[in-house]
Design a binder for this molecule. Structure first.
Ligand SMILES: *Cc1c(COP(=O)(O)O)cnc(C)c1O
Length: 373
């Protein structure tokens, strides 16, 4: 007999659309009949992990695969804390920043509560809230950035967390330090403000705030960071949050221990200690690719949304999902933006020249083709 899923499953889970991950490269190459595939859909670092992290991965003793890892990422959380003048108990390392998003929401919200964030931002805040029975109050972006005034107006009795993505994925817009501080002052002490700094290492603007430095003054502030983007460790799944000890102590209650594997911990620690100029090399690549794409897309008269971060958004004359399929046929994988509430837009990771040229060539071809997307 089948279980009665109407009875067993909460309506907010039944009503949630599951995320469909993309297929492995080998499957996609066969499906689209291409011999090479440039993945420009996930904002990965085309230079890979820093040399010190590669070394740590090579040196990981295979036997250690049989041992449980440190349950609190002991050495890594100490290193992160020391680098930011914090105590180790102010850090929680998770299985990617994605996992720490879930930790934070579980710690503060119960069904009936709400979070406030933007309509066109990283979708995981909204997803975790929604399938947990928590309302996601999505405030429209203003000038491609988070709208502070509208977010403040949206706060009600049941608002627990405000999520700000700084700089924003996918628009690259960021809040300067003054603006973030003014916002924290006006929110007051009794709401958690999460600032997701997944792309902070790419930011070149000098007025961009280091959220870690604000924790001492704002104990309701929680910062998210990841090793998936600048540090090129997306495949090992490791990220973290930081905040005031009392707040982090509450969040820690929602963590299931051992979600962060030992290899990821070693690689992340080595990545932080790398001194070969990996961050500078990556920034240079991103800077060059942004300039190149802006110029080429400008020649094609396609509007571009670009700011900080290793990605850029382009508006196409037609469907982004059709463009996705046709670009796949040319061996280029981009992110269609309909799911980010940007119909007819695509997001492209800023990567190496060869990939950028392949993308531009493929885009020219599909836009000139008989069935313009
Ligand atoms: C990629 C990304 C993350 C999640 O990264 P993990 O791979 O789960 O560490 C979090 N926030 C934003 C804005 C991102 O773009």
């Amino acid at each position: 007999m089948h279980p009665d899923l109407e009875f067993l499953v909460p309506a907010y889970v039944r009503g949630f659309e599951p995320y469909i991950p993309s297929k492995p490269d080998a499957e996609l190459k066969t499906l689209y009949g291409v011999s090479r595939l440039f993945r420009l859909n996930n904002n990965e670092n085309a230079l890979g992990p820093p040399p010190a992290a590669r070394e740590a991965i090579r040196n990981f003793p295979p036997f250690r695969a049989s041992l449980y890892p440190s349950g609190d990422s002991y050495y890594l959380s100490r290193e992160i804390a020391a680098r930011h003048g914090l105590q180790p108990d102010q850090i929680i390392v998770g299985n990617g920043a994605n996992e720490v998003i879930a930790f934070a929401i579980k710690a503060f919200c119960e069904p009936g509560d709400n979070i406030v964030t933007a309509d066109r931002t990283f979708a995981v805040y909204e997803w975790v809230a929604t399938f947990s029975g928590i309302t996601a109050n999505l405030i429209p972006l203003k000038d491609n950035g988070f709208d502070d005034e509208a977010m403040l107006r949206a706060i009600d009795r049941r608002t627990k967390i405000l999520f700000l993505c700084n700089p924003n994925n996918p628009t690259g817009a960021y809040w300067a330090k003054d603006r973030l501080i003014a916002f924290l002052e006006r929110v007051g002490d009794n709401r958690i403000v999460v600032v997701d700094e997944a792309y902070c290492e790419f930011v070149e603007a000098t007025d961009y705030p280091d959220g870690m430095k604000l924790i001492a003054d704002y104990p309701n502030l929680v910062i998210f960071r990841t090793f998936s983007k600048m540090y090129g460790l997306g495949g090992l799944r490791i990220g973290y949050l930081a905040g005031a000890s009392e707040v982090v102590d509450m969040i820690r209650r929602t963590c299931v221990v051992y979600s962060v594997n030992g290899l990821a911990q070693e690689a992340a620690l080595a990545a932080l200690r790398d001194e070969t100029g990996h961050i500078e090399r990556t920034r240079e690549m991103v800077r060059d690719s942004r300039a190149y794409l802006k110029e080429e897309l400008g020649k094609m008269n396609l509007p571009v949304i670009a700011g900080e971060g290793n990605f850029l958004v382009v508006r196409l004359p037609g469907s982004d999902t059709l463009a996705y399929r046709r670009l796949m046929g040319e061996g280029v994988m981009i992110r269609p933006m309909t799911s980010f509430r940007y119909p007819n837009h695509i997001r492209i990771t800023l990567a190496l020249p060869e990939a950028m040229e392949a993308f531009v060539g493929a885009l020219r071809k599909i836009l000139a083709g008989p069935r313009r997307p």
